[in-house]
Design a protein around this ligand. Structure first.
Ligand SMILES: [Zn+2]
Length: 397
């Protein structure tokens, strides 16, 4: 059906309407005629007949009108449908065209994103693995540093070439270091009255250097060896405010020594019975020669100790004959920890036992943030090399 068809219908309806009008006119004329008609009965009959025809026509008209309305509605609906269909078809074409145009682009984008995601995932896994390893190593180091044992002294008799010497072997001078030591940040050290046990010393001829042999130095990086050397040869003195050390009022200071050469030189300013070693010769030989040997080990100590010193001494004369230091698991020690460990062990090698002050360098477990040789340690050295036989030195504030 189309517009013209419906127009045809409209014209038909107009015709019907015209006919109806004609019929109405006829009725009117009949009515008029009746009034003047002589044979009334006949006229009335004619009227009824016409009336019947009119009703019939009227009914037809109503019916047709209804059909027309219905058809018009159908046409409108169909038109709407057609329009929608056309619009839909157009939109689909557009979308299809758009999709075709961007399909490759989107595919490529997806591939790129997928690749990036894969790479990120791999990176994440790698980082997680690295973190895991790092965490394990840190935990391992932490555990190691916090263990310590107290010194035990064994006396042994050694017979060599017909001479009988009494040796004291100092064993187990192990200690641990704190995880926080950062000597660069000179912060807190509480030096309250403390005691250092000491009774063994070196008895060198005046002016003779103490030879220190760093074993297997060639297996470690230069910074490791330099760190060890610093604890021996440095003359650096740190002036730390006593208020930070809880040792005195603010504005007064105490001296802390980075290297033992500096500390021993300070000690030697006081006249003593025995010669205080102030010259240190550092060598690196595999033969184990030297007064003190420092073995840098890649192995960790079974008991978790970071450092260990073993001295052989002529106990009858309180004389150290040889001292052997071992630093364990050097590859996993920070340079700071290595420095602190070495400095502490050298204190033993020079004759100092442990301190009773928890915050002193020579305490079995190093807890201080100032793990340097203190004036108290120097006083102990002075007393020791002045022939003191007491094993305790009380450090006054
Ligand atoms: Zn120790």
């Amino acid at each position: 059906m189309n517009q013209d068809d419906s127009n045809d219908k409209t014209y038909s309806l107009l015709d019907i309407e015209k006919k109806l009008q004609d019929a109405m006119d006829a009725i009117e004329s009949i009515k008029k005629g009746r009034s003047i008609s002589i044979g009334g009965e006949s006229a009335s009959k004619k009227y009824d007949e016409l009336k019947k025809q009119f009703d019939q026509k009227s009914a037809d008209y109503t019916k047709l009108d209804k059909q027309f309305q219905q058809l018009t509605q159908e046409v409108l609906e169909l038109r709407q449908e057609k329009m929608m269909f056309e619009k839909f078809t157009t939109l689909t074409e557009d979308e299809k065209s758009e999709m075709e145009k961007t399909r490759d682009e989107m595919k490529q984008k997806y591939e790129t994103e997928r690749q990036t995601a894969l790479e990120q995932e791999q990176e994440k896994m790698f980082m997680a693995k690295s973190l895991e390893v790092e965490t394990k190593e840190k935990e391992k180091a932490k555990t190691k540093y916090y263990k310590a044992i107290i010194i035990s002294v064994l006396t042994i008799v050694v017979v060599t070439g017909g001479y009988s010497l009494l040796f004291a072997e100092l064993v187990g001078q192990q200690y641990s270091v704190p995880t926080q030591p950062t000597p660069g940040a000179y912060t807190i050290q509480n030096l309250r009255g403390d005691t250092i046990d000491t009774y063994l010393s070196w008895r060198l001829v005046d002016g003779t250097p103490l030879v220190i042999n760093i074993l297997n130095a060639d297996k470690f990086d230069d910074d490791v060896i330099e760190t060890v050397k610093k604890t021996i040869l440095s003359d650096e003195v740190l002036e730390i405010d006593n208020s930070l050390l809880h040792k005195g009022p603010k504005g007064t200071t105490s001296s802390l020594y980075v290297g033992w050469q500096g500390a021993m030189t300070e000690a030697a300013k006081t006249e003593t019975l025995l010669y205080i070693p102030v010259n240190f010769d550092i060598i690196s030989s595999k033969t184990g020669e030297g007064d003190i040997t420092i073995e840098l080990s890649k192995n960790s100590n079974a008991d978790g100790y970071a450092g260990w010193t073993n001295s052989i001494a002529d106990a009858s004369q309180n004389q150290i004959l040889k001292s052997r230091i071992t630093i364990f698991d050097v590859d996993n020690l920070s340079l700071t920890a290595l420095e602190t460990v070495t400095r502490h062990e050298l204190g033993h090698a020079l004759g100092l036992a442990h301190s009773t002050d928890p915050e002193d360098l020579m305490y079995p477990i190093i807890e201080t943030n100032f793990p340097y040789t203190s004036e108290c340690d120097i006083d102990a050295i002075v007393l020791l090399y002045d022939g003191g036989e007491t094993s305790q030195v009380i450090c006054e504030n």
